[in-house]
Design a protein around this ligand. Structure first.
Ligand SMILES: [Zn+2]
Length: 335
């Protein structure tokens, strides 16, 4: 565990509304005069006994109610960057759906400005480098998602490093959102797409056809060698989130989890938390689980981090400095 904690790390799949500190929500409800729900813990997080993705998604309701002001957004970003620092995370791509933060009257401009201020303050305080991935929502209209993208494009590449599509994969397949990604490509904004989290391999095929740089989860191709070969040939990254995948029943457990097999096949795969608060996890825990329960060697853990660097949307100069730091750590701790 000491070795894991000391590793310089990268987090590429982490949702802002899934990372809110429970105390912030308690304070918010108290300030609103709303009594704390009796089942508060179960309203914001799940355990391994989580019955389904539906139950999992319910945990975002309270955090999203808090994240409707510039103050709330800034605070959440700073809190997350402080969490990163305590875990030796050097770089994080935080994802969020801008359109879900307009309910309190904020404009897109105000949302991005708040995130920029939170990012600047948090980076200054912690030294953790941070950029944002904007999520279009599958249940939103094309007009809504395109309007969000145009607003986000003004903040690319400094604040917004890429985009994504989130929400119910089965009810709203990626194929009906192709226009969004055509426009992102026109704007020069790279994208990762939530694909194959809940058994839907067709969404992985669509993501490949759209030239996505990365797949969020990509579990559905674990028994489809031809599809994996295509992912490998296109050099598409795979963002695995073990604890979250077990809780949402995307995977039944480590014995069935494709981490080792994806690595062995040479897929560019890395580990992530998805939602630290909702999943009651952090990145150190995900890496420790991969070693202890998933059977990964130190060499494989280092490869996962090198992969994360490769598939990140960070500038090449930063990638170079991270690789040097990782190599130095590996050399120093070699036994
Ligand atoms: Zn996700």
């Amino acid at each position: 565990m000491e070795w894991i904690e000391g590793l310089p790390k990268i987090e590429l799949h982490c949702h802002l509304d899934g990372a809110v500190h429970p105390q912030r929500i308690r304070d918010f409800l108290a300030a609103e005069g709303t009594p704390l729900p009796q089942n508060f813990d179960a309203r914001i997080s799940v355990g391994e006994d989580c019955p389904s993705l539906t139950e999992y998604l319910r945990c975002f309701e309270l955090p999203l109610r808090w994240l409707q002001t510039t103050q709330g957004l800034q605070t959440a970003v700073c809190d997350l960057l402080r969490d990163c620092k305590t875990q030796n995370i050097r770089y994080i791509e935080i994802r969020f759906a801008p359109t879900l933060h307009l309910d309190g009257g904020l404009s897109y401009e105000q949302v991005f400005q708040a995130l920029k201020e939170g990012r600047d303050r948090g980076e200054g305080e912690t030294g953790v480098r941070c950029a944002f991935l904007v999520c279009a929502m599958r249940h939103h209209s094309m007009e809504q998602n395109l309007a969000m993208l145009e607003a986000a494009a003004k903040w690319h590449p400094d604040l917004v490093c890429g985009c994504d599509l989130a929400g119910d994969e089965n009810a709203f397949p990626t194929a009906s959102h192709q226009k969004f990604f055509y426009r992102a490509a026109e704007l020069g904004i790279p994208y990762t797409i939530h694909s194959g989290e809940t058994g839907n391999a067709a969404n992985i095929e669509t993501a490949l056809a759209l030239n996505a740089k990365r797949l969020g989860h990509g579990i559905a191709m674990k028994d489809l060698p031809a599809l994996r070969a295509q992912v490998k040939a296109q050099g598409v990254g795979v963002e695995l989130c073990p604890t979250s995948n077990f809780q949402t029943k995307a995977s039944t457990g480590w014995e069935d989890y494709p981490l080792k097999s994806y690595l062995a096949e040479g897929l560019v795969v890395c580990l992530n938390t998805d939602n630290p608060t909702v999943s009651r996890t952090n990145l150190n825990r995900e890496y420790a689980r991969a070693m202890i329960e998933g059977g990964c060697t130190k060499g494989e853990i280092l490869r996962l981090l090198d992969n994360a660097c490769t598939m990140s949307f960070a500038p090449e100069t930063w990638k170079q400095s991270y690789r040097e730091e990782l190599a130095q750590f590996a050399a120093q701790t070699e036994t």
